[in-house]
Design a protein around this ligand. Structure first.
Ligand SMILES: NC(=O)c1ccc[n+]([C@@H]2O[C@H](COP(=O)([O-])OP(=O)(O)OC[C@H]3O[C@@H](n4cnc5c(N)ncnc54)[C@H](OP(=O)(O)O)[C@@H]3O)[C@@H](O)[C@H]2O)c1
Length: 347
């Protein structure tokens, strides 16, 4: 039998474990040109919180639907000449133990390739664990790479601020910017996360926004203002950072954690400082960078191996534990890339 996690009911607030249902289902069958995949690792990502409210570009999830998501797995049966039993692949398998996928269509690029129902064969580099291909070497890492290198382009000596600073996106943003010579200041939701950002990620400072005086702490940490802001949260944190912009600041809007759990879209910040500081705001969609994944993986793998890039995982074992970890992720209580080891004996 297959095992799946379905959305049980409509969700209007922070998702809780009871919003999901774990069921047995018939084993999927690989058709001609397809492969059967056993999931080893499942990635849990904040966009799924928007998807279950039908507010995300990748998917809308209705009660009774299989939860969507990226997974890393092993091919257990191949009916396509390019794949063999034992190949390690990534695919949009969803929250289930077994899935079928097509072979990639070469003409698809960018968002169409990212969201296609195809399996991508990996050539794992032995210097990094397999799980990295769902985090720092996967969609979150590519988001950080595209947003930092292409959209913000921090120059040596500039101050770059990043929120959700210890997550897979934020921690990678900060380390790329640090490796480019910028001075990096994180914003995170606990003293423990801030200590990690400074001690392990090499950030110059990190501000805990759960302290009421955090805007003053940000001002102290950024005496010359904020040249680049990578925004993963929106709302009050975006507003606070805008109060510290330097002249000609650049802002990338990547995520809006503060509003994902809200039943309605929250009122936005005052954009006045964008005008006063001649700042630039850019929107980021990771799928625009999809074709550069191999390039990013080469750079990041070398950095991981030489100690210039590190990452942290928040991991649970077994598909049945996925709903509880997702509830933790969406309420900000995760610390590191949220991952489910669906087959813990193998990955
Ligand atoms: N634009 C794109 O193409 C793209 C692609 C990938 C990801 N993203 C976005 O990037 C952001 C980071 O993703 P990630 O995978 O690296 O996630 P993550 O950092 O592992 O988890 C999200 C973090 O957001 C923080 N947070 C701040 N305010 C929150 C609130 N009100 N409720 C819940 N959490 C809150 C929490 O950290 P603290 O405790 O430190 O605040 C939480 O751990 C997300 O907004 C995601 O949607 C965008």
């Amino acid at each position: 039998m297959n095992r799946q996690v379905l959305l049980r009911n409509a969700v209007t607030a922070v998702p809780v474990e009871a919003d999901f249902e774990v069921v047995d289902a018939p084993m999927p069958q690989a058709g001609a040109g397809q492969v059967l995949i056993r999931t080893l690792l499942l990635s849990l990502d904040p966009y799924m919180g928007s998807a279950i409210k039908s507010r995300h570009m990748s998917a809308g999830v209705k009660p009774g639907d299989l939860m969507p998501g990226e997974a890393l797995g092993v091919v257990t049966e191949s009916r396509h000449p390019d794949f063999a039993e034992g190949d390690i692949v990534t695919s949009r398998a969803g929250w289930q133990a077994y899935s079928v996928a097509d072979a990639p269509t070469p003409l698809l690029t960018g968002m169409a390739a990212a969201l296609s129902p195809a399996a991508t064969k990996l050539a794992p580099d032995g210097r990094v664990p397999l799980s990295a291909y769902l985090g720092v070497l996967g969609m979150p890492g590519l988001t950080a790479y595209g947003g930092t290198v292409d959209l913000l382009s921090p120059r040596p000596g500039e101050t770059l601020v990043v929120s959700a600073a210890t997550g897979p996106v934020g921690s990678t943003v900060g380390q790329i910017a640090r490796n480019m010579g910028a001075r990096v200041v994180g914003i995170a939701g606990s003293d423990e996360k801030c200590a990690y950002a400074v001690d392990r990620l090499g950030f110059a400072a990190c501000v805990n926004y759960k302290n009421a005086a955090w805007p003053d702490a940000l001002a102290d940490a950024c005496p010359d203002g904020v040249d680049c802001y990578f925004d993963n949260v929106g709302g009050g944190i975006l507003q606070g950072v805008m109060g510290r912009l330097a002249m000609h600041a650049r802002i990338v809007l990547c995520g809006a954690m503060e509003q994902y759990n809200s039943p309605t879209v929250l009122p936005g910040p005052n954009l006045g400082p964008i005008v006063g500081k001649r700042a630039t705001i850019k929107g980021l969609v990771v799928y625009d960078f999809w074709d550069r994944m191999p390039h990013w993986r080469r750079i990041a793998t070398d950095w991981i191996a030489s100690g210039r890039l590190t990452f942290k995982e928040d991991r649970v074992e077994g598909l049945d534990a996925a709903p509880a970890l997702f509830a933790r992720l969406m309420s900000g209580r995760n610390f590191g890339k949220a991952l489910v080891a669906v087959a813990p004996d193998q990955a």
